[in-house]
Design a binder for this molecule. Structure first.
Ligand SMILES: NC(=O)c1ccc[n+]([C@@H]2O[C@H](COP(=O)([O-])OP(=O)(O)OC[C@H]3O[C@@H](n4cnc5c(N)ncnc54)[C@H](O)[C@@H]3O)[C@@H](O)[C@H]2O)c1
Length: 280
């Protein structure tokens, strides 16, 4: 599908930095957006438009004339509720409402495993399990997914909610099951855009890991076939890791460390996330 105008929010973020270039190949004009003043060097076919997701007027101006929006902008961690409320909850409403008003075909959304993070890893959850957030951050992902469901049921606007597990370098035993490589992230977003009809869809964003803890079979119509497998890191990660503790919710819940972090406190601060944001 070749679109005229595609919008990417969260373009200055780590995941956005990997998506910008491939997304320019799917449209005549990629409008990258974030709250930062500028994005530095732009790719061919890309322009930059600053917008605060918490401002309906700015989001509406951003989406005018667009065919689809790939919505990655957010506070990407657990945080005090007012921060989550503005960027992630009001921000999500603004994106879906402006998308509807400007007649976009679809919102492709970066949801998260933290929408269902209190489910046990033993349950091998599918995409139809009830929401069970582990943080305010996860609660906001539930809200946005429900917006997607509501706007499909009431207004016929499509959404693909990609519940990303962990899209970052593999630095822990948990990530052997939860890793989504950057190449597989790009494949997933391409499928979410290119599938002709999606309605309201939920899919887990995870690579083809031997130790995967979620079941994507109900989303197979999206044709997402991840190519990477975190097992290549297992030997070195497990050699360094403490013994597994089946009484530790941070190890046994889908949300990992987010399942135990106090509400409002950073979950990422307790994880070993490598900032390998891609430079233009
Ligand atoms: N990294 C992961 O493993 C992971 C897992 C699950 C879901 N996600 C989701 O993917 C998306 C991107 O994650 P990331 O790791 O690249 O995070 P990130 O923090 O690097 O990027 C998020 C971007 O959103 C922007 N932003 C924040 N508030 C904004 C506002 N009010 N207006 C406009 N822009 C604003 C930030 O400036 C930042 O550039 C987020 O929605 C996150 O919740 C990421």
């Amino acid at each position: 599908m070749n679109m005229k105008k595609l919008v990417l929010t969260g373009a200055a973020g780590r995941l956005g930095s990997y998506l910008r270039e491939p997304l320019t190949k799917l449209c005549e004009e990629l409008v990258s957006s974030d709250i930062v003043d500028d994005l530095g060097t732009l790719y061919s076919g890309e322009s930059y438009q600053k917008a605060d997701l918490a401002s309906y007027d700015e989001v509406s101006a951003l989406l005018e004339g667009a065919d689809m929006v790939v919505h990655f902008g957010a506070v990407g961690d657990e945080a005090p509720f007012d921060q989550i409320l503005n960027a992630n909850i009001v921000g999500a409403y603004n994106v879906w409402e402006a998308a509807y008003q400007h007649k976009l075909k679809r919102v492709v959304y970066a949801s998260s495993i933290h929408a269902v993070g209190m489910h046990s890893k033993h349950d091998y959850i599918d995409t139809k399990v009830p929401h069970r957030p582990d943080t305010y951050y996860g609660l906001a992902k539930c809200f946005a997914e429900d917006l997607g469901s509501l706007y499909w049921d009431k207004r016929g606007m499509e959404s693909v909610c990609m519940r990303i597990l962990s899209c970052a370098q593999v630095t822990s035993p948990r990530a052997l099951g939860s890793w989504l490589s950057y190449d597989d992230l790009i494949l997933l977003v391409q499928q979410a855009i290119n599938t002709p009809t999606t309605g309201f869809a939920v899919v887990y964003g995870v690579s083809d890991n031997d130790r995967v803890t979620v079941d994507n079979s109900a989303a197979s119509f999206l044709g997402f076939k991840p190519k990477d497998n975190a097992e290549q890191f297992a030997q070195s990660i497990l050699a360094e890791a403490p013994a597994a503790d089946t009484n530790d919710p941070a190890q046994m819940r889908q949300g990992g460390p987010f399942a135990v972090v106090p509400l409002g406190n950073s979950g990422l601060a307790t994880m070993d996330i490598v900032d390998d944001t891609k430079n233009t």
